[in-house]
Design a protein around this ligand. Sequence first.
Ligand code: SAH
Length: 239
Amino acid sequence: MTAPWRATVLTLFPEMFPGPLGISLAGKALASGLWAVEARDIRASATDKHRSVDDTPAGGGPGMVLRADVLAAAIDTADAPRAFPRLLMSPRGRPLTQSRVRELATGPGALIVCGRFEGVDQRVIEARQLEEVSIGDYVLSGGEIAAMALIDACVRLLPGVMGKAESGSEESFSESLLEYPQYTRPQAFEGRPIPEILTSGDHAKVAAWRKAEAEALTRSRRPDLWTKRQGPRKNTTDG
Ligand code: SAH
């Protein structure tokens, strides 16, 4: 058996892991050894007698900043293989996408640094070449929940984790499209029937309906995705 996909998480709150990742799909995969998580306490790398990990921002301003020396030591002592991408969860990062998730899931794992307070000293980001990753345009109180979101998205794509191989390929974002609406029994719910086509047994018609629904949804809700999808196809017409 090949080595399991591995998340090495650097955090001030290692007790938060695996947390929700220990339950349901990700939890079963964790228990069966398809992936592994090691949460390491950044504070263990503090050197002064107060075990301090943060200090006031240079130049003034509110809050505290995670120290570069402490964080660098935590990164250096985490025995994550050199091939691991080194990620820093950060609202300033490049927004996480399903295609980046797919890349990460295909690799051996990731080293994930969780910020706290006002963030981390810029010099450690540069010196340890951390890739800043955001999970959206809003601010969390720490990187742990962001790291869990990233890990969850990766783990469900690992071979053997999801039941059906194709359930990852048709869902939202797979072709810059949002997923079509889903229905299940009962046949009528509060007077609303399941769209007739879905119970017709005509697979070609079902596929066409789903594609049209996915396109309409994407167009109205996510014009940004829609433009991206149209992009490469437009090369012969307008510019
Ligand atoms: N002062 C910072 C926010 C710090 S929030 C700023 O304005 O950019 C504290 C920590 O939470 C961050 O260091 C980061 O690790 C995490 N975090 C907050 N929002 C996040 C987001 N949208 N994506 C990823 N991590 C986030």
